[in-house]
Design a protein around this ligand. Structure first.
Ligand code: ATP
Ligand code: MG
Length: 413
């Protein structure tokens, strides 16, 4: 794994903006743009700047660790697809968000919006009998969707970052077993990201009669409406709900259903044999007969999760990153002409990720920017503090004066 680069703010190639951008209506985009994490190219399409890329990579790595832990094999599939695989699945005509391109020679292509069409033949090429199953592969990559509304910043991109895992099983029972494994991995991921995700029953999408499960985080910035029990874990998307707000919970019978706005950070689909039949991707079963595997599709919106984290973790001064995904652990600030190079080196030697504000600016300006950027700990070096440093958590008011060694010990604890 590449070692994270620590940074001096004087070397940044972008500036932090004092004012909120005029064209962003959501908290996540306004804060992320102002604080220099992302830059908008057009609605629904953003560049990730060094600060933002660090956050994206941290989320990605948490997801990767948990996918590897349940036996997922990481791959990278093309984003540019030939038309024929999309006509085979029926998606060319059925999927309204599919981007279609024509080359100068008239050849037609699609951009990946989900990749069952690529992964099904790819995996099944290497499966002959039930002994080769189950299989689970995943990628963490860009997706393209011709979304009608992209006004929610990172929550709804036209181009966005997704983890998509696909699994292949000899029968429904094995899919059901794996579904439970993935569900637990998802809950672990969202917990590590600082998000509480409710497992929500929802429709199975364009191709399926079955219900799917969405992982929903309550936030007013979300675009889904859910009904959830105030006592147990029952949760349903209003798009398929048979109940109304205030009705008794159908599961525990004790609680009442409350309605809330939520954002879908993950989704799992039981695809059945839809794609394996469409591509005639088969194996020889235990009974010696030809069978089509039951397939699962498991998505996590990596860039959307980053936006949702910002929606949940902010205050009137800016972002308040959870430590697990913060771009750095420490924001080191030199004041009144102090040179904090030694402290910067000491922190790095101690394995602490640090952003060093070495610019010649006043305390007020530096503190305001640090609060906007939202790194978990602010560490100040100033002649006034003599041989001590002042440490303050972004989420708290209280400051402590410590020696550098004490500060390192505190940060490691
Ligand atoms: P939505 O209902 O929000 O459009 P979806 O059901 O189309 O989502 P999936 O096809 O299941 O989403 O994609 C997997 C995950 O990718 C979603 O759970 C979500 O977190 C994320 N995602 C989907 N569409 C977008 C988008 N336009 N921008 C950012 N993330 C997205
Ligand atoms: Mg969608």
């Amino acid at each position: 794994m590449v070692k994270w680069k620590n940074m001096r703010q004087s070397e940044f190639f972008t500036r932090i903006e004092r004012n909120a951008p005029k064209d962003e209506v959501t908290v996540n985009a306004a804060l992320l743009v102002r604080a220099g994490f992302v830059s908008k190219l057009m609605a629904g399409v953003y560049s990730y700047l060094p600060l933002g890329l660090r956050v994206l990579r941290k989320i990605e790595n948490i997801v990767r660790e948990e996918m590897n832990a349940i036996g997922g094999h990481e791959i990278l599939m093309p984003m540019l697809h030939p038309k024929n695989i999309w006509t085979t699945s029926g998606g060319w005509d059925k999927i309204d968000v599919l981007f279609k391109l024509k080359s100068r020679t008239g050849k037609e292509y699609a951009l990946g919006q989900s990749e069952e069409e690529v992964v099904t033949p790819l995996v099944m090429k290497n499966v002959s009998t039930y002994k080769d199953l189950p299989r689970a592969v995943y990628q963490i990559h860009w997706k393209f969707r011709d979304e009608l509304r992209s006004k929610s910043g990172l929550l709804r991109g036209i181009e966005f970052f997704m983890k998509d895992m696909y699994s292949f099983h000899e029968d429904q029972a094995d899919f059901d077993r794996f579904y439970e494994v993935v569900k637990n991995a998802y809950l672990a991921i969202f917990k590590r990201l600082g998000l509480i995700a409710k497992v929500t029953e929802a429709s199975g999408g364009a191709f399926s009669e079955k219900i799917s499960y969405e992982f929903m985080v309550l936030t007013d910035a979300g675009e889904d409406d859910i009904l959830y029990c105030d006592l147990c874990e029952f949760c349903v998307n209003v798009e398929i709900a048979k109940q109304k707000k205030g009705a008794p919970c159908p599961k525990c019978k004790k609680g009442a259903l409350a309605e809330a706005k939520a954002s879908e950070v993950g989704n799992v689909f039981d695809l059945g044999e839809r794609f394996t039949k469409a591509f005639d991707a088969a194996f020889i079963g235990r009974d010696g007969k030809k069978r089509h595997p039951v397939m699962g599709c498991f998505g996590i919106g990596i860039s959307r999760a980053m936006g949702v984290i910002v929606e949940k973790y902010n205050d009137e001064r800016g972002i308040v990153w959870p430590q697990s995904v913060a771009p750095f652990l420490v924001h080191l600030i030199a004041l009144n002409g102090a040179d904090a190079t030694q402290v910067y080196t000491d922190l790095q030697t101690a394995g602490i990720e640090v952003l060093y504000d070495d610019r010649d600016l006043g305390a007020g300006e530096k503190f305001a920017e640090a609060d906007l950027v939202g790194i978990p700990y602010r560490l100040v070096v100033s002649p006034k503090l003599k041989d001590k440093v002042e440490i303050k958590a972004r989420s708290e008011k209280e400051v402590k004066n410590l020696t550098v060694q004490e500060a390192v010990d505190f940060l490691h604890s």
